[in-house]
Ligand binder design. Structure first.
Ligand SMILES: Nc1ncnc2c1ncn2[C@@H]1O[C@H](COP(=O)(O)OP(=O)(O)OP(=O)(O)O)[C@@H](O)[C@H]1O
Ligand SMILES: [Mg+2]
Length: 237
């Protein structure tokens, strides 16, 4: 490990994290005995079959799901000691999410979807500033000309890019993405991979990406496979 890696801040530290649904004989263990540390500037990929727990894991690592066992620190703060408000402020300021199901608001414009995180932000942004930043991230994902469209009018790939633009809006230090190229054709997928590469290089953003996309491997500092709730690291190539 280089000196730079040793001194890098640990953004995520999970120790013995577990998550189950149901109880008694019907208990389903979805995340098991997870130990994981992710330092700033890493690009961590998580592969794994459907149902292996990848989305569940991402919600826990991003502080969206607090109903887990074990210990989790985000940005050096023990999640269990934070109030809901403190956790949501931390998330809003530091973490961008690209959800598997997008979670866009279909009747709002693309621009309003992208700037929505600023409505919830503590520090109030003047509308003109929010709009300018919204247009900037839309340009970054190649959708500058669709700012006024409603998201219901967009293709799956375009919605995916709106979701990525929204996640980038507040310049998160940590970006968690759930199958961000899953709905894209090959060429659009390549654009998104290039976008992640530039976000990572230009802003030092730490990326955790759940994916089936082998082409992302060129960005990865570490690769994991999730199988039945367990995360196994792949040896470095
Ligand atoms: N709210 C829930 N209640 C009960 N079971 C759930 C819930 N959410 C997820 N599960 C179960 O947990 C397991 C893991 O789900 P998860 O969505 O994390 O898988 P995944 O690896 O993301 O799959 P995919 O690749 O299909 O997105 C599945 O068996 C799923 O049915
Ligand atoms: Mg999933």
């Amino acid at each position: 490990m280089s000196r730079a890696e040793q001194s890098a801040e640990v953004l995520i530290r999970a120790e013995g994290v577990g998550k189950s649904f149901g109880d008694g004989p019907a208990t389903l263990s979805v995340v098991r005995e997870l130990d994981l540390s992710i330092a700033e500037r890493e690009v961590v990929l998580v592969f794994g079959p459907s149902g292996s727990g990848k989305s569940t894991l991402l919600s826990i690592l991003g502080g969206l799901d607090r109903a887990f066992t074990g210990r989790l620190s985000l940005f050096g703060r023990d999640v269990t000691t934070l109030s809901d408000t403190e956790l949501s402020v931390l998330r809003g300021a530091q973490i961008g999410f690209v959800f598997q199901a997008f979670h866009l608001l279909p009747h709002l414009s693309v621009l309003d979807n992208v700037t929505a995180p600023l409505w919830f932000a503590r520090e109030h942004s003047p509308p003109a500033q929010a709009e300018a930043r919204g247009r900037e991230v839309l340009a970054q994902v190649g959708l500058a000309d669709r700012a006024a469209s409603r998201t219901a009018e967009l293709s799956g790939g375009q919605r995916q890019r709106v979701a990525i633009a929204r996640a980038l809006l507040r310049r998160p230090r940590l970006l968690l993405c759930d199958e961000p190229t899953g709905n894209l054709d090959r060429a659009t997928g390549e654009q998104i991979i290039d976008l992640f590469a530039s976000v990572h290089q230009e802003s030092d953003t730490t990326l955790v990406i759940v994916t089936h996309e082998e082409r992302l491997a060129r960005l990865a500092t570490r690769t994991y496979h999730m199988v039945e709730g367990r995360l196994g690291e792949e040896p470095a190539a």
